[in-house]
Write a protein that binds this ligand. Structure first.
Ligand SMILES: Cc1cc2nc3c(=O)[nH]c(=O)nc-3n(C[C@H](O)[C@H](O)[C@H](O)COP(=O)(O)OP(=O)(O)OC[C@H]3O[C@@H](n4cnc5c(N)ncnc54)[C@H](O)[C@@H]3O)c2cc1C
Length: 473
């Protein structure tokens, strides 16, 4: 139970931020009997529900219909020329977000969590101040303030650029859009707008999109995006944005000028830790931003904790939820619980979709003495009749000494769904032999994962000498 003296403070737990992490922590703590208040300055549900995963995925679904209509012809269907209404999509999406927000509020209230619709700032380790000046005293504080789009160093005309927040609320579909960024959010929006029929240029300063992902899958996705008509310009940045009437001109570092109707910057997100009172309490932050916490999400101040994107560990909704839950179990449930941040499966809802778990090839070769690589690329069955120029890519990385699968990378339809299930096997320590022993499901795309027999390459530090790699095949 709560290690609190219920009479000493107004509440046992004050949560700042009703997003994925804050909501879960508040509900679980309240279910343990704690008196909980959660403050939210915008909308209950946070980034994921209001301006992240959920609205984005609804737009992803919408954007994929264009391919489905095209593909249908090869299967004998005649589909009249399709028309698309962006305002209808946005209105329907907004209605669904309203419904979800109401469900989040109802769940919190059912758990007897008090919701305060206000910005909250920490006054001292046991006091939180609301926007109207009221203060609430509390035994514990949880900072779950999430993150915010970073617009980069100032460039002329940056005020004309939108972030992913506004991209979800545009009054009309831009005919031409320039997107700066190469991370998953930039890539997803590029595919969304391209699927809707916009002319998309993705501008990224690095050598290839999706830094941090396996090199093969990065290359594969870039090629697929280009096949779908997305212009991917790596090694460039937008250095200025000029406005003339309703049109914008993005000026690039190499002197190119690209006329467009919208410029979207998706170059990363920063933890929301400024201006919430942390500095004066001496709560430490990492060099790369984000509140420094221990394995139980405790900050450098004993009764103040932080979960989710504000800690900049693994910035994904399920991770924030797990951290919020573990915090409540630890502090109010008498069950000290750590979150395992290793082998987190993840998806990129690009077109085609990516599903990934574990190490990249580069990471595996750094970590293990022997690494076996299995790769497969093939035309999905649906594309045979539709005629669509697309290929599925799959890659397994195996620790050659134990046989364990240490990385799995998939590009293809429903890769996000696939990786959720493969994630269980990989997390359990499944070996390549376990994959091989599993009967294939035929005819599926996923059967390839249990039928990859030939190594694409094998690297051994042992045979090549310490520190050196040798391709065996
Ligand atoms: C476009 C986009 C797409 C994404 N897609 C995915 C995806 O497909 N899958 C996935 O797993 N993750 C995705 N994410 C990431 C995911 O949304 C975040 O990792 C997750 O929402 C983090 O949860 P959180 O609780 O840390 O913070 P948030 O959900 O950001 O919640 C923080 C809340 O705190 C509030 N707040 C901030 N400061 C204060 C204050 N001082 N007082 C009161 N309230 C305050 C904010 O208004 C916000 O509601 C996406 C993010 C974006 C932007």
């Amino acid at each position: 139970m709560a290690q609190t003296s219920k009479s000493q403070y107004d509440v046992d737990l004050f949560v700042i931020g009703a997003g994925s992490g804050g909501v879960r922590a508040a509900r679980i703590a309240a279910n343990y009997g704690a008196r909980v208040v959660v403050a939210e300055e915008f909308r209950v549900g946070g980034t994921c529900v209001i301006r992240g995963c959920v609205p984005k995925k609804l737009l992803v679904y919408a954007s994929r219909f264009s391919h489905d209509f095209e593909d249908a012809a090869g299967f004998g269907w005649t589909v009249p020329e399709a028309t698309f209404s962006w305002p209808t999509l946005i209105a329907n999406k907004d209605r669904e977000i309203d419904r979800l927000e109401a469900a989040y509020v109802a769940n919190l209230e059912r758990s007897k969590v008090k919701i305060v619709r206000s910005r909250a700032v920490i006054e001292d380790p046991h006091t939180v101040r609301l926007a109207n000046g009221d203060t609430v005293t509390t035994d514990n504080i949880l900072i779950a303030t999430g993150g915010w789009p970073h617009m980069g160093p100032h460039i002329p005309g940056i005020e004309h650029a939108i972030s992913s927040n506004e991209a979800l609320h545009l009054p009309e579909l831009p005919k031409r859009i320039v997107i700066q960024g190469g991370g998953y959010i930039a890539v997803e929006f590029a595919c969304i707008f391209a699927g809707m029929g916009s002319e998309v240029t993705l501008v990224y300063r690095g050598g290839n999109i999706l830094r941090g992902f396996d090199d093969d899958i990065r290359e594969h996705l870039r090629n697929e995006m280009q096949t779908r008509g997305i212009k991917v310009l790596c090694g460039h940045t937008v250095t200025a944005i000029d406005k003339s009437g309703d049109e914008f001109v993005s000026r690039l570092s190499d002197g190119q000028a690209i006329a467009c109707d919208k410029v979207l910057f998706a170059i990363g997100r920063r933890p929301n830790c400024m201006g919430i009172g942390m500095e004066k309490l001496g709560i430490r932050c990492h060099e790369h931003g984000g509140i420094e916490v221990d394995e139980y999400s405790r900050t450098s101040v004993a009764n103040i904790y932080a979960v989710g994107d504000v800690t900049n560990r693994v910035n994904l909704t399920p991770v924030a939820i797990r951290e919020g839950h573990a915090f409540a179990d630890t502090v109010f449930g008498g069950k000290p619980t750590r979150v395992d941040h290793v082998q987190v499966p993840t998806a990129v809802f690009s077109e085609p979709e990516l599903g990934v778990i574990g190490l990249t090839e580069a990471q595996a070769r750094e970590r293990f003495d022997i690494v076996d690589v299995y790769k497969s690329t093939f035309r999905p069955m649906k594309a045979t009749l539709s005629g669509r120029a697309t290929r599925v890519f799959m890659k397994l990385l195996v620790d050659g000494e134990t046989g364990k699968v240490v990385g799995c990378h998939i590009a293809g339809p429903d890769a996000g769904e696939l990786i959720q299930l493969i994630g269980i096997a990989v997390k359990m320590g499944a070996t390549k032999a376990d994959f091989d022993a599993t009967m294939a499901v035929h005819p599926t795309m996923a059967e390839e994962l249990v039928t990859m027999r030939e190594k694409a390459a094998s690297y051994s530090r042992k045979t090549a000498g310490e520190g050196a790699d040798k391709a065996a095949e």
